[in-house]
Design a protein. Sequence first.
Length: 134
Amino acid sequence: MTGALELCPAGPQDGEALWSILRPAFRAGDSYAVDRDIGQSAALSYWMGDGKNAYIARLSDRAVGSYYIRPNQAGGGAHVCNCGFVTDPQARGQGVARAMLEHALKTAKTQGYRAMQFNFVLASNAAAIHLWQS
C-alpha cells in the first residue's frame, strides 16, 4: 500500500463514496447475502443504519474500503460486536482489509465490546475467511 491509509467515521457526506464501494460487492453476490439489485438508498441504510457505526478507509483521499461495527445482539449479548467489511475491488491485495480489521478490533475494545462475531461470511468469500482466521 502506497501512502497512509486513513480510517474515520463515515457520515451522510460519504454516501457516494460508500456506494461506489458497496455496489460492486453487493452486485457480485459472493460476499454479502443481500439482494443483488439493492438500490443506493437501501444499501446505505443497510450499511450505516440500525445502530451501526460505519467507518470509511481513504488512501490519498480516495475511498478504498469501509466497515461497520454494531452490537451483535441486544441485552445480554450486547458485549459482542458484529462487523461488516468491504474493500474497493481496485484496492484488494493492498492490506486495506487487514488495516480495517485491526482498526475494528481496537475500536471494539474502546467501545467496550469483549468479543467480535462474524455472522454471515459466505463460504465463497475465501479472502475474508483467510484474513479472519489469520
